[in-house]
Design a protein around this ligand. Structure first.
Ligand code: CA
Ligand code: CA
Ligand code: CA
Ligand code: CA
Ligand code: ZN
Length: 588
């Protein structure tokens, strides 16, 4: 009897769940809106809605599944009328590889929504979509996103992969998460009144504490994040989810856990990470990659370690794109990973650049400096200008006081929880309070639209600069009876070369080729035309009909062929990143 009733209850629950899922489906329509954050389910419904609204321009793939079996979606944007996917420069964009960095997904969704809804209306966008193929994975760490929305968290928890790991080596895995003691959905901080404590109340704002000076009397001891000792081992919150950092688990310059924390057991051990790697490897046309994160207001390029160098010609390309991105999003800085931030091993963008030969940027969204409550004049007196000043202010109450004013007057108190009494099983009488989950690294929703638009435009600028190649047979000269001289020019009107210099240096894949062929012709000689006026040519010794080359950004290359015979001649250019062009002509 009990069995039957609980069974029917489950059925009812399932039914209710599917009705709800249907309702959520209907809720999200194109154009998407960006006035609040999308949950994992919302993201799935959003990419489905985009795919459904523009079926000719889009293809929706499940790239793979996560550790917990959630689908990782990629929406591919390609106009088949202007060519096949792999024949066009590929631009890859993803976000939310760190589960808590949720607005990175909104940048991806905004970018998709923008190019798809403006297609056919806006000339620049139409041109951009016709020329490129876009691969957009809005949420990489889908488990992290799911748990960030659905579980109590800080703004920094649920970053990693859901690969259980015994952090405190007690034989149990993930057995002591922080606990939402007061049940408000956030993991905040705990403090206890203590005359021997190292902190006292900040006289300017009693919600803040500051370190006591030597000799001063203390008032508070900080007890860390909200939680209890779940496994009774004497420690609190010592073993929560994971930890494998999905952005330290890639295949280039991977280092084990004792060198790089969060590395995982071996490269690409994350199941979703491996699936994305395979997906990318099947798309050799990708020449530009973006990965969005959420801390600091930066456009970062590699190298991510000091010992690695990029060729200077690649750095010119990065500077061109990075400096423009800085202008598009005022306040963001274009920086170099290892030098300006810190060394990382096994990160995604470095894998894109150094294994796949793309260009790549990490977009670190969110700047706390935009959360201001001051006039410009007042702000100048407080806001740190230089990196040294920023370091000085970091962790000081100067910045925290400003954040609290923003919380009070622009978010009406929703970002910070006031200290409230709680009876803790281990610590006794304590207080719980501090910043809530949807604060700190996340823009207040009213600021979201500006953030996603500017960052999507930085991606768009790089996509406007993927190789755009034209072929010009600028001379067909009859030398004598059946001997002809052909001169071919390949021109790139954009900044990104058809093969980056790092990929050439490390022979990551074959160069572009230019092939001259025809049924009744014979290519006697062929090579790069160094100077067309002085007729200097570097002839290739073997197989002169097939030339290996690349076309630099904002530049051109010229080739010369000596051909005997007559009739139809086909000249074919084939490039991973620059597309394919074929021209035919008649020798007579
Ligand atoms: Ca453990
Ligand atoms: Ca763990
Ligand atoms: Ca414990
Ligand atoms: Ca334990
Ligand atoms: Zn991140």
């Amino acid at each position: 009897m009990i069995k039957i009733s609980s069974y029917s209850l489950i059925l009812l629950l399932l039914l209710a769940a599917s009705v709800n899922a249907g309702a959520a489906d209907q809720k999200i329509t194109v154009p998407l809106t960006f006035d609040d954050y999308y949950s994992y389910e919302d993201v799935v419904n959003a990419v489905k809605a985009l795919n459904k609204a523009l079926p000719k321009l889009t293809k929706l793939d499940i790239v793979g599944k996560s550790e917990e079996g959630r689908a990782i979606y990629c929406l591919t944007v390609n106009n088949p009328a202007t060519g096949a996917e792999l024949d066009k420069p590929g631009v890859y964009v993803d976000g939310n590889i760190h589960g808590n960095e949720i607005q990175a997904t909104e940048v991806c969704l905004y970018f998709l929504n923008y190019i798809l809804t403006k297609y056919g209306e806006n000339e620049n966008v139409t041109e951009l979509v016709d020329k490129n193929c876009f691969y957009v994975i809005p949420s990489v760490n889908v488990d992290g996103r799911y748990h960030f929305f659905n579980d109590p968290n800080t703004s920094s928890s649920n970053r990693g992969l859901r690969r259980p790991k015994d952090d405190d080596r007690d034989g149990l895995v993930d057995e002591d998460f922080p606990d939402d003691l007061d049940g408000d959905g956030n993991i905040c901080m705990m403090r206890k009144k203590d005359p021997l404590g190292a902190y006292k109340t900040d006289p300017e704002d009693p919600r803040l504490m500051m370190r006591i000076k030597p000799g001063e009397k203390g008032e508070w001891t900080l007890l860390g994040q909200e939680g209890i000792d779940n496994d009774g081992d004497g420690q609190i919150n010592e073993d929560s989810e994971g930890y494998v950092d999905p952005n330290r688990n890639w295949g280039f310059d991977w280092m084990p856990e004792y060198v790089q924390s969060g590395a995982g057991d071996y490269p690409l051990s994350g199941v979703g990470i491996k699936a994305i790697a395979s997906f990318v490897r099947k798309r050799p046309n990708i020449c530009m990659a973006w990965a969005f994160h959420n801390s600091g207001g930066m456009y970062l390029r590699g190298p991510s370690v000091k010992k690695l160098t990029y060729p200077p010609q690649d750095i010119q390309v990065y500077d061109y794109l990075g400096e423009q991105a800085e202008r598009i999003t005022p306040g963001y800085e274009y920086l170099v990973g290892w030098k300006d931030l810190y060394t990382t091993y096994g990160d995604f963008i470095e894998w894109m650049v150094c294994c796949n030969g793309t260009y790549g940027f990490v977009g670190e969204l969110f700047q706390s400096s935009t959360e201001t409550f001051k006039t410009r004049e007042e702000e100048k007196k407080v806001k740190p200008d230089t990196a040294e000043e920023r370091d000085f202010f970091r962790g000081s109450n100067e910045v925290e006081r400003e954040r609290l004013k923003f919380n009070d007057h622009l978010a009406q108190g929703e970002l910070h929880k006031s200290w409230t009494a709680y009876d803790h099983p281990t610590y006794g009488e304590i207080e719980i309070g501090g910043w809530v989950k949807f604060s700190s690294r996340l823009s207040a929703p009213f600021m979201l639209k500006d953030l996603v638009h500017r960052n999507a435009m930085a991606v768009l600028f790089s996509a406007q600069n993927t190789p755009e190649i034209s072929m010009d047979v600028f001379e067909v000269k009859k030398m004598e009876n059946n001997l002809y001289r052909l001169r071919v020019r390949l021109t790139n009107t954009k900044a990104i070369p058809t093969m980056n210099y790092y990929a050439q240096q490390h022979k990551l894949y074959p160069k572009d080729f230019l092939r001259v062929s025809g049924k009744d012709i014979n290519v006697l000689a062929g090579g790069k035309l160094q100077n067309k006026y002085r007729n200097t040519v570097s002839y290739k010794e073997h197989k002169p009909e097939l030339q290996f080359l690349f076309v630099p950004g904002f530049g051109s290359v010229e080739y010369q062929f000596l051909v005997s015979g007559k009739g139809s001649v086909e000249i074919k250019y084939d490039s991973r990143h620059g597309g394919k062009i074929t021209k035919t002509l008649q020798l007579k």
